[in-house]
Design a protein around this ligand. Sequence first.
Ligand code: ATP
Ligand code: MG
Length: 568
Amino acid sequence: MRPIRVLPEVLVSQIAAGEVVERPASVLKELIENSLDAGAAALTVTLDEGGIRRVQVEDDGEGIARDDLPLALARHATSKIASLEDLEAVATMGFRGEALASIASVARLAIASRTADSPHGCAIRAEGAYVGEVEPTARERGTTVSVEDLYFNTPARRKFLRTEATEFGHCEEVFRRAALARPDVAFTLRHNGRVASHLRSQPHGDRAAALLGREFLHGSLPVEAQAGTLRLHGLAGGPQAARARADAQYFFVNGRFVRDRLLAHAARQAYAGQLHGERQPAYLLFLELDARGVDVNVHPAKTEVRFRDARSMHQFVLHALQRALAPSAAEAPVAYATVSAGPAIQAAFAMEQPAPLYRFDPASSVVSLPESEKAPPLGYALAQLHGVYILAQNEAGLVLVDMHAAHERIVYEKLRASLDAGAVSAQQLLVPAALKAEALDVATAEENREALARLGFEMSVAGPNELAVRAAPALLAGGDVAALARDVLKELREFGVEQVLARRRDELLATMACHGAVRANRALAPAEMNALLREMEQTERSGSCNHGRPTWYQLTLADLDKLFLRGR
Ligand SMILES: Nc1ncnc2c1ncn2[C@@H]1O[C@H](COP(=O)(O)OP(=O)(O)OP(=O)(O)O)[C@@H](O)[C@H]1O
Ligand SMILES: [Mg+2]
């Protein structure tokens, strides 16, 4: 047995750094939080090489006094709390007094700062175990913390860093979260010498539009609920803003971005019945409560929280969101009817059971038709209704087809069959589609060439934030190829290639199929409608779309007679 030893201070910090300083983005998060705690009105983030080379945050906050500078770098030294009571009521982002010490132990760190009552600025540097002397420097009020060469002295960790583009993508996400939380603060982001984002101090809605897009803002419903000191406000994205992935879900608790199961669950439940199957809601929500009602000291990086009264928090969030999503009970069924055609039709025609003549045999999943019949099972198209439904006449009576849902199912089954056979057949595009992409998407495209080829894509890097789509799945090449590629990249980026091609394969194909399907409101010629009906008859499981909605209904003449009280 080796003797027990007390570890040197710098090694303790390096171990602690393992918990909080996972990658450049985690350094960025700590520095931004410190600037916000210092009351900054404007802050500028400067990154070099995705933050691997340099992460710097400059603010105009209250600054650090000369004598406090060495302390800022010491472990367990903080200006934010002094007692357990302070910890329980903490209103600042930081409180552990550890971030800068941890970062300094695994990088080269420099602080320059000036307080309002100081005649000049002061600077200090630290590197691993070494902490330099405080020196005078010229600067305005505020603080600049610069972190260079992350993991320069811990090469094993350095190996875990991904490409510059990937690390930049993570930094961008940290920046976005902070900027969403604090629209009152001006934020600037520079990467490799270029301004990537500049946001002035602005109202919540404008900030949300700037970062999440105008479409999100316009398609979302305002949330505002209050109970005592508890308040939930923000924006709940409507069904159109829903996405294939849970990547636009921003929940802030007292200004802190958190991933919390309880809150996510309440949100999912509030959206139940509003979204189909796997669609994920988009939202930007701020929960505010007395700091004593929530413990933020449960995770080293402070991305998780624990509520004192978890149950009532869940109920409060659930009800607040439900109210926002369906403002009055009377409106709810109408909203539902627009998304779910099947039940609405049933209700409208007051039928107990839809009774299609040509039933789907669950065993073979194909339309069965008596041998002697020559007329096609789904009949021939009569007209298109409101750009959404095809009306067709068959032997039994009237067939109603949701053309988008039906087409989507057909495209999906074709994609699936060709992927099963090896690869989705690709079509070279005469003019490559340009795709503005986040750095992380560009990296994802590069790292997953093979998988993309199997899915029918060929992409090349056209710039740090641009991809060129050179080939797309032949079935989908006529649509918005850029939007399609963006969705596929997001899926790959979020779940990784193995997952996407195995467990999530069907979801991915459904997402792709949705892009290829005829949009509602497109006028179809009778020949096109009939072609769709014929394809439906050929397609497995054509009775429901990939989201589980029915694709067609049969109204028999008997059903219609009943409707008109017409005895035969
Ligand atoms: N940008 C800044 N402006 C003013 N003071 C700062 C700034 N950054 C750090 N400080 C001071 O340095 C101290 C140490 O910062 P550090 O991030 O290490 O700890 P903390 O923020 O107190 O707690 P945590 O480890 O939870 O982040 C802070 O308490 C604060 O007094
Ligand atoms: Mg801090």
